[in-house]
Design a protein around this ligand. Sequence first.
Ligand code: ZN
Ligand code: ZN
Length: 131
Amino acid sequence: MERKHSKKRDAVLKAIRSTHSHPGAQWIYDTLKPSIPSLSLGTVYRNINVFLEEGAVVSIGKVGGEERFDGQVSPHPHLICCRCGRVVDLPGSPDGDRLRETEAGGLPEGFVIDHRKTVYYGLCGKCAAGS
Ligand SMILES: [Zn+2]
Ligand SMILES: [Zn+2]
């Protein structure tokens, strides 16, 4: 029983890390279900919550009503397509945990920044082309 449980955990984490598509729980479930018939959507959610607490995955927030996750945990900006819900990493610009001095200059007194998340919204190439 214990071994089964951790096998599912490993599979869920592997699935999240295997893709750059920033999947939601439903995608993970659909992907793993054929090879793990006893998997339930509840188990997927439970494991994701554990990974979030451990910092093994990060949440990108809700896109089109579904929470999406990222196995690449070093901070980086995201591009989100408002039409199809595609989430893409913005390459070559690490999302530093320190603000530039110019940005920090406007901070209310006493406020200490811990981290930030940068998200750009727009249309992906496919949607912008109207296909
Ligand atoms: Zn799109
Ligand atoms: Zn990402």
